[in-house]
Design a protein around this ligand. Structure first.
Ligand code: CMC
Length: 391
């Protein structure tokens, strides 16, 4: 149709101009607002990085304190929203529960109408504040356990860990290594330019749908195994290799055969044709955390063996397939005590500032147009309606 260009999976089409995240996929470089991911992972915290991603600059101490305070203030959710969690079956996967809860949250907010800076900031703080609460409640629902109120005296990460693993009867004991590791993992996920879920957030938002609706759609896009759901799929793959007694060589053979849809989950990336810098950072953290849980080491050994085999195999070398962010995260989340179906929820917690920042960048751009891709029509040409008795 006319001058429409076919671009399967948007592999070559830039749909926006963005000043948030820079990736050089050939060199394995990732920067938020110009700051290298390695420096942020080492020196920053998730809330500070979120501020950077959202507002473009590292905050001063006063700015960070104010931001933190605004978020702490909004962590509690309305009691009626808490009731929502009771309607889902026990053992529901927490991802659809989380998305439903975000949609429901919009009905409790007055900041869904209009795009003036004050309302957008209010919605930003509310979502940043309430997502850990909703995520922890989605988790508690999957366990059939009672929920806990947030505790304002705790940090963002501690609060989430306590709401996830704490009980109403016992004091939750923090492990500083776990708290810091989760902080770092969320920093690594904070933004990744126009990936599938972020593009979804932008596309939904481009119709001027509100931030909650856009983010809720982003959660669904993230859930698929080719995107955020890969962290769950990697762990299931490692466990099945262990439990079925398949050798790494046989598994690799099955992947390369392409007779079925078996993939080496946690490998490959649309943009990185080199080691994903996030995977390199996570691998360094894996050792200190994995020792905390029995059985994790065995899965780590399989992962290391798979990585070694892939990096030395022509199939993977020719296609430039390297470990991505999801290859090692699941192992760490599991060692922290999260079940596999919470892994993608943790990805969503980390990606939230990126989704919001991209949505804000878009609504603040007066030249932005509604997203409306074209297609190449390959169906029937015009034909006459056939009555039922002649079909
Ligand atoms: N295992 C085996 N072969 C693979 C893999 C893999 N993990 N990834 C790509 N390939 C092959 C693919 O079959 C194709 O081969 P051929 O040229 O013979 O047709 C070639 O490599 C190019 O792959 P592609 O599917 O055209 O690449 P893409 O950019 O469309 O897909 C991807 C990128 C991430 C969806 C894909 O690499 C994949 O499915 N990986 C496994 C799932 C995964 O780990 N996803 C997490 C991505 S990173 C974080 C996130 O987004 O959440």
């Amino acid at each position: 149709t006319g001058d429409t260009t076919y671009d399967n999976g948007f592999a070559n089409t830039a749909v926006c101009k963005s000043a948030i995240t820079y990736i050089d996929g050939d060199a394995g470089v990732l920067q938020y607002r110009g700051y290298p991911i390695e420096q942020l992972a080492e020196k920053s915290t998730f809330l500070e990085t979120s501020y950077l991603v959202l507002y473009g600059e590292l905050p001063t101490q006063t700015e960070l304190d104010e931001f933190t305070q605004k978020i702490s203030r909004h962590m509690v959710i309305d009691e009626r929203l808490r009731e929502l969690f009771r309607i889902f079956p026990r053992r529901s996967h927490p991802m659809p529960v989380l998305s439903a809860a975000i949609t429901a949250l919009s009905t409790f907010s007055t900041d869904t109408i209009g795009f003036d800076a004050e309302r957008v900031d209010a919605a930003t703080h509310r979502l940043m504040a309430k997502l850990p609460t909703l995520a922890a409640y989605s988790f508690k629902n999957s366990l059939g356990s009672p929920t806990l109120w947030p505790d304002y005296s705790l940090s963002y990460i501690e609060n989430f860990l306590r709401m996830s693993f704490g009980t109403v009867t016992e004091q939750y004991e923090f492990d500083d290594e776990v708290t810091r590791a989760l902080d770092v993992l969320l920093i690594l996920h904070a933004d990744h330019e126009q990936n599938c879920s972020t593009s979804t957030v932008r596309l939904v938002g481009s119709s001027q749908a509100n931030l909650y609706a856009s983010v809720s759609a982003g959660v669904h896009a993230l859930s698929g195994p080719l995107h955020g759901g890969a962290n769950q799929a990697v762990l299931e793959m490692l466990a099945s290799i262990r439990d079925d007694g398949i050798s790494v060589a046989d598994y690799m053979g099955r992947v390369k055969d392409k007779k079925d849809t078996t993939k080496l989950m946690g490998f490959g990336h649309r943009i990185y044709k080199n080691y994903d810098p996030r995977a390199a950072i996570i691998k360094k953290h894996a050792d200190s955390i994995l020792g905390k849980r029995e059985g994790s080491d065995q899965l780590l050994d399989i992962a290391l063996e798979l990585e070694e085999a892939a990096l030395n195999d022509d199939y993977f070398v020719e296609r430039k397939l390297y470990p991505n962010v999801d290859f090692y995260t699941g192992l760490i989340y599991q060692a922290m005590g999260f079940p596999v179906d919470m892994f993608t929820v943790l990805f969503a917690l980390g990606r939230l500032p990126g989704w919001i920042a991209q949505w804000r960048e878009m609504v603040n751009d007066p030249t932005n147009k509604i997203g409306r891709p074209r297609q190449i029509y390959v169906g029937e040409t015009e034909r006459a309606y056939v009555p039922m008795d002649r079909r």
